[in-house]
Design a protein around this ligand. Sequence first.
Ligand code: NAD
Length: 504
Amino acid sequence: MAPTLNLINKNLYQPSLFINNEFVPASGEDFDVLDPATGETWATVASATAADAERAVDAADAAFHGTAWRQLTARERARLLLEWDRLIRANKSDLAQLLVFETGKPLREAEGEVDYALTFCWWMAGEAERQHGSIANGNGPGPAANNRFLVTKYPIGVVATLTPWNFPIALFLRKAATALAAGCTVVNKPSPETPLSANALAYLAREAGFPPGTINILPCNEANTPLIGTALCTHAKVQKVSFTGSTPVGKKLAAQCASSLKKLTLELGGNGPFIIFNDADLDHAVAQLMICKFRHAGQTCVCAQRVFVQSDIYDRVVELLTARMQAELTPGHGLDPATTLGPLTTPRSLDKAQAHVSDAVSRGATAITPVTVNSSLSPAGYFFPPTLLLNASDAMAVASEESFAPIVSLFRFDTEPEVITRANNTSMGLTSYVFTSNADRIWRVMETIETGNVGINVGLTTSAEAPFGGWHDSGYGKEAGMGYGIAEYLKVKTATWSVNWKAD
Ligand code: NAD
């Protein structure tokens, strides 16, 4: 029998819109949310329409200009974030369960996502108080010597956050906690596959004391997704959009934001090179590759996509990887404690994964599946067997597109200059990984690789303490880090003051 949702705190299940601190009916039709492990409906949610987006923006705009929010000090906003943090922590097991049903990921990973998400509440509570301006002297001879410059910072206003289905809690909190710390208000549109976890967080935000209108959520079906995207990106009252998702959608949203010159943060796809040199600690490199590649069944933007292995250690790496996959990967329903690998989240992802393997094999790769998917699992679930593609080459689709699936494509290389050229031969530039014990090589690779983030002897890099964001087609703008993430939600004013030095 398929597992069913069983929350301790039933209030966290809210299948409607959240506007002005109320769960309210939507104007659109209801839509089903499917469990990716069984293909069965586990929730039915009301879909927002563009008219609902208008109501949500009005609520966020009124809250932004209203005294209940504007008169809070940064310390008071930080306290709200910490209370939200406390409530999320107290409801962690329920939130993790919602994530399992929404995304298919194993429960342990879902709990890890909530823990990771909480680091943003905590970090941004600290950031709230530290957004100071500056005072500068005028320089040089002439009239400018009298000038003093006062630089002050202000919240940008209403922010639209468009969040994806792979980390619905972490990526919502990464954006919302930052916006709220800065003093902005938020309208969030979750992905149609994962509409409930954001509402659960909104419920807890209201419990924490956030004033009406500061957080608004617009769950919507697939058909209404572009309509709401357009409504938010073109709305005169929305000052900023932050999107995580695919590069084609990111480009579309950037074009829509252009007419009103909205500030935009785009965290898009990657094509991560994961380079293992022959002087690396191979056991460690393969252990890190397992974490990097198989977390959420390979559906992460920072995933190792092209694993480059130096020729003389290629066979050894394949051997180590095969052994670890057999020992560590158990496909199953996320609620089964034995599961370490869940299904893909969408049927589209399954089609793409199959197409990648077929393309690679037709171009000369060998596909091996060291772990099979147990036939007792629902055939309607979106399970894809963890697959190794040996002898991958740069002409294959896996060299230029994200698989977003548990497929490890293993490329051979001979020299450092060769692998750097090949690693950089992509329009994407999100995260790269290098494994070597040579300190000079670390420095050379770190400086020449064209990605916004580099893992050096580590396969998991993102963290609240460090700025995160891509280069090139992987997007622009940073999230998290000291000063970087919050700066995206602030506007800066420079006042120039000419001081008259003649005293009375
Ligand atoms: P997609 O391009 O259809 O959608 C990506 C995300 O954008 C989804 O959350 C979707 O709901 C949303 N979206 C789509 N059209 C939109 C619009 N007009 N306005 C606002 N939001 C919109 O892709 P998909 O099939 O969901 O995923 C395919 C690929 O997207 C993946 O293979 C991966 O490369 C990429 N992706 C990246 C991330 C990431 O973390 N950067 C997350 C999810 C998907």
